[in-house]
Ligand binder design. Structure first.
Ligand SMILES: Cc1cc2nc3c(=O)[nH]c(=O)nc-3n(C[C@H](O)[C@H](O)[C@H](O)COP(=O)(O)O)c2cc1C
Length: 178
């Protein structure tokens, strides 16, 4: 599938079939995740692939919006031991978000459904995930991704809005930016 097609076809799937995600697809998703860009190429990410049903059931309850019935839950987390000291410290959020989007697009291209559930900066959700998975304080769960074959998949659509694109033409005066 072309990248553009994956971007347009990716939708949040909130209802899944029981079919398991093949191992080869999981490996592929991890490779795609780690192909993403990161500040200073520090790759401050960790991926927790939760196949265990008892742990999944606990993870479904970490927020009010995470209850979907996916056969696989993936947690994408930032590793604070791998971040840039000082002002650039928070770049880990962008780095990990790029990895999340790569996973969602790769999943779409493999015919899988996915849904991104936000964790950080919700402190309670972060703590609950840490407790459930036994993670240290230096690991910050950023996103919970539901993965599986979509039972109900919303249709592709565009959200293009010309009003949100702001162009500074070559011939505009410098005053235009003030
Ligand atoms: C940071 C972030 C957090 C999100 N958290 C949730 C969530 O908790 N539960 C949920 O069902 N969807 C969540 N979503 C998915 C959005 O609701 C969804 O992307 C948006 O409604 C647009 O729909 P689409 O993904 O089908 O294009 C989240 C998306 C992002 C980027």
């Amino acid at each position: 599938m072309e990248v553009r097609d994956a971007m347009m076809q990716r939708r949040s799937v909130r209802q899944f079939t029981d079919s398991l995600v093949p191992e080869a697809a999981l490996q592929d998703l991890m490779e795609c995740a780690m192909a993403g860009p990161s500040a200073h190429n520090l790759r401050p990410w960790e991926f927790y692939m939760v196949k265990n049903k008892a742990l999944q059931d606990k993870l479904r309850l970490v927020t009010r919006y995470s209850t979907m019935n996916s056969p696989l839950i993936l947690i994408v987390a930032g590793n604070l031991d791998r971040t840039i000291p000082g002002e650039g410290n928070d770049f880990w959020v962008q780095d990990c978000s790029a990895a999340v989007e790569n996973i969602l697009l790769a999943a779409t291209s493999l015919g899988l459904g996915s849904c991104w559930v936000g964790l950080h900066p919700f402190g309670q959700a972060v703590k609950k995930v840490r407790d459930i998975l036994g993670l240290q304080e230096n690991i910050v769960p950023l996103a919970l991704i539901h993965l599986g074959y979509g039972g109900k998949t919303p249709p592709a659509r565009t959200q293009y809005d010309a009003q949100r694109v702001h162009i500074y033409e070559e011939n505009d005066s410098e005053e235009a930016g003030k």
